[in-house]
Design a protein around this ligand. Structure first.
Ligand code: CP
Length: 319
């Protein structure tokens, strides 16, 4: 993959996406034995630069870097000199001066990763770990990896797979990145949401739109429930949580209406009882924890490809 940064799924070619997914699979095979660590990024330094809260993304990037033997510097805006007014430029330059070569940035501002990549402030590779309501490319890649592992007959081409993304599309960088990547790979994507939770311009996205979950559910091979992002809502987007759960919650009879081999996905964190019931989240068809595990592999692949690590050994080694 000949690129310095990973900023969005928009910029990926189909060949780029397949290379990342194939590399993640190769890394999975190399680390599924007793020894899970590879020496490929030994002596290299990765910076986690998080201006917004995260559990899965931050920790899985850290785990990914450590599995490749890289050193990790973790920065969280909370408790840092950001509270004293330090800018993104000065923060990034400070962390690069400590040895950072690749920065994984999460920020509430859409375009923050691109700004850092294009500003010339730092020489580091930049990975977007979620920028506002814009994109979350590694989430989409780990979702594609998870779908691929459950539908091996669609390994290199998702044509014929129908994937539903349900709920708060408006505020969701996950929806934006997945709609782009999954259609790039050939899938039919249907966004299912109330009109108030669809963004302006969604008609230009390469997807179908539906307001009715019950009429779609039995045709889906994968259903991705999205978190209702209350923290980004400064208005009423639906009458009540009870009504939202009744119309768009993945629960009850809807679980029975799913195809037997359909998979239930959620990027996390979940609002159990709102967009998904506990029964749905914990069902045999749920792959939510697989998504988390696959996140480490896909992020290893991204770090490896961007930083140009040493060849991947066929199995883990003592380092
Ligand atoms: N899916 C996801 O981005 O989760 P975190 O906010 O916990 O990183």
């Amino acid at each position: 993959m000949k690129r310095a940064h990973l900023l969005s799924t928009q910029e990926l070619t189909r060949a780029d996406a397949l290379e990342i997914l194939d590399t993640a699979r190769q890394l999975s095979r190399a680390t599924d034995g007793a020894i899970r660590k590879l020496p490929t990024l030994r002596g290299r330094t990765v910076v986690n630069l998080f201006f917004e809260d995260s559990t899965r993304t931050r920790l899985s990037f850290e785990a990914a870097a450590k599995r490749l033997s890289a050193d990790v510097i973790n920065f969280s805006a909370k408790g840092s000199s950001v509270s004293k007014g330090e800018s993104l430029k000065d923060t990034a330059q400070t962390l690069e001066a400590m040895g950072g070569e690749l920065m994984i940035i999460r920020h509430s501002a859409s375009g923050a990763a691109q700004r850092l990549a294009e500003s010339g402030w730092v020489k580091s590779h930049i990975v977007n770990a979620g920028d506002g309501m814009h994109e979350h490319p590694t989430q989409a890649l780990l979702d594609a990896f998870t779908i691929r592992s459950h539908f091996p007959e669609f390994d290199r081409d998702f044509t014929g797979l129908r994937i539903g993304i349900v709920g708060d599309i408006l505020h969701s960088r996950v929806a934006r990145s997945n709609a782009q990547l999954l259609t790039l790979l050939g899938a039919d994507v249907v966004l299912i949401a109330p009109p108030t939770l669809l963004p302006i311009g969604v008609d230009t996205w390469p997807v179908k739109i539906s307001y009715d979950l019950d009429s779609e559910i039995s045709s889906l091979d994968a259903i991705m429930a999205l978190r209702v992002q209350s923290e980004r809502m400064n208005d009423a987007f639906f009458p009540s949580e009870r009504e939202y759960a009744r119309e768009y919650g993945l629960a009850g009879s809807r679980l029975r209406a799913l195809k037997k081999n359909a998979i239930i996905m959620h990027p996390g964190p979940m609002n159990r009882g709102l967009e998904i019931s506990a029964e749905g989240a914990d069902s045999k068809q749920s792959v939510i924890l697989e998504q988390v595990a696959n996140g480490v592999l896909v992020r290893m692949a991204v770090l490896y490809l961007l930083m140009g690590g040493a060849p991947i050994p066929t199995e883990g080694v003592l380092v």
